[in-house]
Write a protein that binds this ligand. Structure first.
Ligand code: ZN
Ligand code: ZN
Ligand code: FE
Length: 723
């Protein structure tokens, strides 16, 4: 007896070879029916033996193509029609777009084998791809995902490519970016010329998937020095692309979990513990090294000759990554390599660390975006605009929170323009018109200002509450949950008009209470206090009633005493800066959190002891003890370690004092410091607390928009339970 069923598959099921998978599977089980794409995903009808239908549903999931992500599979019975054939039917466009846009995919093993095979017609072709791999998010102009709606529209497939594209049995069936040397994109320069320039120590700008990289030989200090001078980036570490895992292991200590992440399909930059074999210029003053593996065919070709290339986004300091042929490229590089496949949406590389065998994202971008975070409840169509630094935005609808790629620091018109375009692109793809917007409390953030200029209602959300809510959401905590949260970061505006950043909050999605915080000290000179950590050191010493440092100007002291142009701040990030400055690490920083990062690398884990914080979280006794240790000739490594330990002990004490049986969440940029993170997590867990840390979105401001989105949803109409 024959049965017929209608099936619906939702998730990332377009542009990943799903229909051919269904087609082959149905035929192998002698089922008749059809499969097609629509705006919801994939629809299927199958008819045949009941046992075969069951096997079909099981294998549909179990042997799904590698790049597919099945979020939901539903089926219902229908009357059998006696159909005998199985076919792929044309796409149906509908009003509501629910299908998920795939992130860009790294080159697959099948394509790599062809790339290396002299007999293959795509031998050495830098734009080889198939339904299992290639660009996606960065080339899509609109949905449903079909070639005319991508930047591949400009290329007409040759006969050979078309045959593959039309053949359901082919790996390139409906591979929208399908191309070959005959008909597809090409490099502006012959590859041997590019390789020769890299070997000769030149700086080469290379157009990739999400934008241009600046590349040079990672073993040669000269081009790296020139790169720093030209980018105006003097000490922020550069990422290095290595040929393979073996090279990665030579340059850094790589754990199995880190290895898995390096070779995962996301191909992020993974921050590893460095063996310091590359020139210091790559990552001066830090103990970590950011490595990634090749992810485009062009990378594979480049890395066949070079074992390690510095690969950094082509941009001028903190501006967005360059994605079109701009004159700035000629100023940055000795040689510029373009290609003619336009980039619709720029997307920077992602950066991840591994903590306890799990990913701890520092920048969630290429390879991840715009894959949604699945929410524990449904949200109305809405847009959260994020913070100022490490800007991202988040579009929400139903159970999906689409967190954007990393956009940069919203401090220039260029970044603001990129922000606008990225919002328009993503909301356009999903045809998502927000009912309201959510923004930070800070009126000076360009994101807040932009939101207030739109015609929608705007909900303003406190910064540290948003950090904590992002953590709750990524862990899928239900709408009525409450949590105790230590939120330590640089700065964020508090509800009392002061600058917060060393907070113990008790929060739900809709509300929070500030339970305790780092004793506030006056911060003088806003940005200058961030760039010049000695100013924060002086402020902390002054606030603690300790001797004024000899080399700090008296005018600053007068400013603090008279409270002229100062704001009280409880920022933990600024305390780290102050301690770093005190132990002589640096008077100036080139990038935010530099001092805090370096103080972590410096810590001597074997040094005993810890500094005791005052009540409830007062750093004065710590600063005093540091001065005593310094006078006694104690090493900076020991001081750093005692500081970290003391802070972790204070965190535990605070959580015990405010313990009502709630889990404890750790968020904010300071928790990118893995030494502190591990001390705090271990201390809390040993005391019996359940501890939540970030795994899907960054603890820094790059994850903030997700928190804003869920808070606003809960305040707006109350969250709706999941359908
Ligand atoms: Zn492929
Ligand atoms: Zn072709
Ligand atoms: Fe923050």
């Amino acid at each position: 007896m024959s049965l017929r069923q209608h099936l619906r598959v939702e998730g990332v099921v377009q542009g990943v070879g799903f229909r051919p998978h269904v087609y082959r599977l149905a035929r192998s089980l002698s089922l008749s029916g059809f499969v097609g794409n629509d705006s919801q995903g994939v629809f299927i009808e199958v008819e045949g033996e009941p046992a075969s239908l069951e096997a079909f549903r099981r294998q549909l999931i179990e042997s799904a193509p590698p790049a597919a992500y099945i979020e939901r599979l539903t089926h219902r019975d229908k009357p059998a029609t006696g159909e005998t054939d199985f076919t792929i039917v044309p796409s149906q466009a509908q009003e509501n777009i629910e299908v998920l846009v795939s992130p860009d995919l790294d080159c697959c093993p099948d394509c790599l084998a062809e790339l290396d095979n002299p007999a293959d017609r795509r031998y050495g072709y830098p734009f080889i791809n198939c339904t299992n791999c290639g660009p996606r998010f960065t080339i899509i102009r609109s949905l449903p995902y079909d070639r005319p709606r991508t930047t591949m529209a400009e290329f007409t497939m040759c006969k050979a490519c078309h045959t593959e594209y039309d053949d359901p049995g082919d790996r390139r069936f409906h591979a929208q970016p399908n191309a070959c040397p005959e008909c597809g994109p090409s490099l502006s320069l012959p590859l041997p010329e590019v390789l020769a320039a890299l070997a000769a120590g030149q700086l080469v700008a290379i157009k990739g998937v999400g934008g241009y990289h600046l590349a040079c030989d990672a073993f040669n200090a000269h081009p790296i020095r020139r790169l720093r001078a030209r980018k105006g980036r003097f000490s922020k570490p550069f990422a290095v692309m290595v040929a393979d895992l073996e090279t990665a292991r030579q340059l850094a200590y790589v754990s199995p979990a880190e290895e898995a992440l390096l070779s995962s399909r996301h191909k992020p930059i993974v921050l590893l513990s460095s063996r310091h074999l590359l020139p210091d210029e790559v990552a001066p003053g830090v103990d970590t090294l950011g490595l990634m593996l090749p992810y485009t065919p062009l990378h594979h070709l480049l890395l066949q000759q070079q074992r390690a290339l510095v690969m950094t986004s082509a941009n001028l300091s903190s501006e967005p990554i360059i994605s079109t042929a701009e004159p700035a490229l000629d100023q940055l590089a000795d040689l510029v390599v373009h290609h003619d496949r336009p980039i619709e949406m720029a997307c920077d590389d992602s950066v991840v660390r591994v903590y306890r065998e799990q990913a701890l994202p520092l920048r969630r971008s290429r390879g991840y975006a715009p894959f949604p975070v699945e929410l524990p409840f449904e949200v109305p169509p809405s847009l959260a605009v994020g913070a100022q630094m490490k800007s991202t935005f988040c579009l929400g609808r139903g159970r999906h929170a689409f967190l954007s790629q990393h956009l940069g620091d919203l401090e220039s018109l260029e970044t603001l323009e990129f922000f606008r375009r990225a919002v328009a692109h993503l909301s356009g793809l999903y045809r998502l018109e927000p009912e309201y917007l959510c923004a930070d409390l800070h009126p000076g953030y360009l994101s807040t200002r932009w939101a207030e200029e739109q015609s929608h209602p705007v909900l303003r959300v406190q910064h540290h509450h948003a950090h904590l809510a992002a953590l709750m959401a990524e862990h899928g905590l239900p709408a009525e949950s409450r949590i105790l949260g230590l939120v330590f970061d640089g700065t964020g505006l508090g509800t009392d008009g002061t600058i917060w950043g060393g907070e113990l909050l008790e929060a739900g999605y809709a509300d929070f209470e500030r339970k305790a915080y780092l004793t506030s000290v006056p911060m003088a000179g806003g940005d200058a206090a961030v760039r010049e950590p000695w100013r924060m050191a002086a402020a902390h010493l002054w606030a603690a009633g300790l001797p004024w440092p000899q080399d700090a100007p008296l005018v600053l002291r007068q400013q603090l005493e008279r409270a002229v142009n100062t704001v009280p701040t409880s920022s933990m990030g600024r305390l780290f800066d102050a301690v770093a400055a005190l132990i002589g690490l640096r008077r100036q920083v080139d990038y935010e959190a530099q001092a805090a990062i370096e103080i972590e690398g410096l810590a001597d884990r074997t040094a005993p002891g810890s500094y005791g914080f005052g009540y409830p979280l007062d750093p004065a006794p710590v600063l005093s003890a540091i001065l005593t240790d310094l006078a006694a000739g104690c090493s900076p490594g020991a001081i750093s370690m005692r500081f970290h330990r003391g802070l972790a002990e204070a965190c535990l004490r605070l959580c015990r004092e405010h313990d009502r049986g709630l889990p404890v969440g750790l968020s904010g940029g300071v928790f990118q410091n893995m030494l502190l993170l591990d001390l705090v997590v271990t201390g809390l867990e040993n005391a019996g607390f359940t501890v939540l840390t970030h795994r899907l979105v960054p603890p820094n401001d790059g994850g903030l928009a997700l928190g804003q989105l869920v808070i606003a949803a809960c305040q707006w109409k109350g969250a709706r339970p999941c359908a």
